[in-house]
Structure formats: structure tokens, C-alpha cells
Design a binder for this molecule. Structure first.
Ligand code: C2E
Ligand code: CA
Ligand code: CA
Ligand code: CA
Length: 279
């Protein structure tokens, strides 16, 4: 019976090799998938809390792998970040979203903001401000109709590169929102330093807040803080009547979640826009 550390080492090596070739395989998979148009966007409305009419839309990425398996973003975005593929993929997302929003405007729909998610890795690995400026010029979309959702992780990095990109994006006239607020290293310092346009209260605080006093208290405090700093508040992940009533009662500005609508295909979102404008 072999009982040496060498055996363990070999297992370790084999595991690493498999992990590496898995990664390498994924990287070429990603490239092929982008080329074969397996990525697409779905669109989730945000509505004005008082009127219920549409105020914006968030573009969410989907991967229909080999046209047979739908992979959720939570599964492939971390890998795309690790391999660096998030840079070309993220650029594709912004381009596609801007192009689409411009098409909707040209078709005569009431203009709305389109939001895209940009991760900390994207800010660190590419010149986001230059990419966005170029895409706006190429698509002809005016900057106020584009919103970028960043996370606390992006602000926490505090490298010159990221700070300059965010500052320049704001100067361009692009709207910046802080996503998943309350789940990361929420720092009042960042809110003061960056003066972002809006703040999205994370779904984990909204979920069943009528049954959890702590969640309701946090949601209310975050809303007051944001308003005090001149930011608007989006309640995300609203699914139930009670959640909606509570976030409205404390003055949240916008609502997003399954209660309003799930993320929709381009076609279904266009029907949504059409019925919305008739109200
Ligand atoms: P997120 O930015 O916080 O997006 C909200 C997520 O919650 C979406 O999941 C959305 O479908 C889901 N959601 C919305 N309303 C409800 C609700 O009422 N209940 C529940 N249970 N869920 C709700 P999705 O589309 O699977 O995206 C997951 C995450 O993947 C996103 O979280 C975002 O962090 C990331 N992601 C998606 N698209 C992109 C992208 O293009 N680029 C980057 N960097 N990240 C992306
Ligand atoms: Ca988001
Ligand atoms: Ca979020
Ligand atoms: Ca999230």
C-alpha cells in the first residue's frame, strides 16, 4: 500500500492540469460563442414607484451554449473575469445595449435609460471611459440614455485607473448606479467621494422585509442616506405586494423585480413598451 506524499502531489498536479485545460477550453469556447452569436441580452424594466410607468431597463447577459444549454451569468461571468474574456464580452454587451436603445428611440418609443452591468475587473483591465465614449459615438446614443451599474467592489479598489474612468464617465454624461448596495464593503466614504446618481438596495434586504424587521430597517436607512446625499433609490428584487407597499411607503424612487416583470426577450420587451405607453 502506497502512502507517500508524492501520491498526493501527483493528484494535485493532475487536478491543476485538468483545471488549466478546463480554463483553456473555456477560453476558446467563449471566443467561439461570441463569434457564433450565442450571447444575447434580456431586458428587465424598472418603473417609477409613484406612477408605475417605465423609467428604465436593465440589460442582462445570457449564454445559449451550443444553442442547447442556457448558462446563467452567475456561472460564466466569474470565469470570463478570470480569463480576461470579460473585456471583449463586456464591450459587446455595451455595444449591443446602446445599439438596441437607439433603435427603440428611432422606432418612436418613449426614450428610456438602458443599464448595463460592469464589473470591477472590467474597470481594472480596460479603459472603460474610452470604450464607452467610442461606442456612444458609433451608435449615436446620447450619454444620458446609458447607465452603468457598478458595485462596491469597483469603488473599493481605489486605483487611479478606476477612479479616473468613473470620473470621466460622469463627465461624459453617463449615469452611474451603485448595484447590490449593502452586500459589499459599504463605505460612506465612497458615497461622498463619487457622488453617483443612484443606489440599488440589494434584493437580500427587500425579500420578505415585511416579516423581517432588520431588513426593513436597513432598507429604510439606506433610502434616507441616499436621499440625503441627493441620490435616487431603486428597490431591486421586489416580488410581493407587501414588499412593494413598504418600499413605496419609505419613498423609494424606482422599482425592479418579478412583481413588475421578469427579464424579457427583445420582442416581449417591445410589447411591454407598447402597452406601457398606452396607459
Ligand atoms: P444583478 O446585476 O444584481 O442583476 C439582478 C439579478 O436578479 C438578475 O439575475 C435578475 O434576473 C434577477 N432578478 C431580478 N428581479 C428579481 C426578483 O424579483 N427575484 C429574483 N429572485 N431575482 C430577480 P441574472 O440575470 O441571473 O444575473 C445575475 C448577475 O450576473 C447580475 O446580478 C450581474 O451581477 C451579473 N450580470 C448579468 N449580466 C451581466 C453583464 O452583462 N456583465 C456583467 N459584468 N455582469 C452581468
Ligand atoms: Ca445590476
Ligand atoms: Ca443587483
Ligand atoms: Ca446581484
Amino acid at each position: 500500500v502506497k502512502k507517500s506524499g508524492g501520491g498526493n502531489y501527483r493528484i494535485y498536479e493532475e487536478t491543476m492540469e485538468r483545471a488549466n485545460s478546463y480554463r483553456f477550453g473555456l477560453q476558446s469556447d467563449f471566443k467561439r460563442a461570441l463569434h457564433d452569436e450565442e450571447f444575447y441580452l434580456v431586458y428587465q424594466p424598472k418603473v417609477n414607484a409613484n406612477t408605475g410607468s417605465i423609467s428604465g431597463v436593465e440589460a442582462l447577459l445570457r449564454w445559449n451554449k451550443n444553442n442547447q444549454e442556457l448558462i446563467p451569468p452567475a456561472d460564466f461571468i466569474p470565469l470570463a473575469e478570470e480569463t480576461g474574456f470579460i473585456v471583449p464580452l463586456g464591450e459587446w454587451v455595451i455595444k449591443r445595449a446602446c445599439e438596441q436603445n437607439k433603435q427603440w428611440q428611432d422606432a418612436g418609443f418613449t426614450p428610456i435609460r438602458i443599464a448595463v452591468n460592469v464589473s470591477a475587473v472590467q474597470f481594472q483591465r480596460s479603459k472603460m471611459d474610452e470604450i464607452v465614449e467610442r461606442i456612444l459615438a458609433e451608435t449615436g446614443l446620447e450619454p444620458q440614455w446609458l447607465e452603468i451599474e457598478i458595485t462596491e467592489g469597483t469603488l473599493m479598489v481605489q486605483d487611479e485607473f478606476t477612479i479616473r474612468s468613473i470620473t470621466r464617465l460622469k463627465e461624459l454624461g453617463v449615469i452611474i448606479a451603485l448595484d447590490d448596495f449593502g452586500t459589499g464593503y459599504s463605505s460612506m466614504q465612497y458615497l461622498k467621494q463619487f457622488r453617483l446618481h443612484s443606489l440599488k438596495v440589494d434584493r437580500s434586504f427587500i425579500q420578505d422585509l415585511h416579516e423581517h424587521h432588520d431588513r426593513a430597517a436597513i432598507t429604510e436607512a439606506i433610502t434616507q442616506l441616499a436621499h440625503g446625499l441627493g441620490m435616487s433609490v431603486v428597490a431591486e428584487g421586489v416580488e410581493k405586494d407587501e414588499e412593494l407597499e413598504f418600499v413605496k411607503s419609505i419613498g423609494a424612487d424606482e422599482i425592479q423585480g418579478y412583481y413588475i416583470s421578469r427579464p424579457l426577450s427583445k420582442e416581449d420587451f417591445e410589447s411591454y413598451l407598447q402597452s406601457d405607453s398606452k396607459v
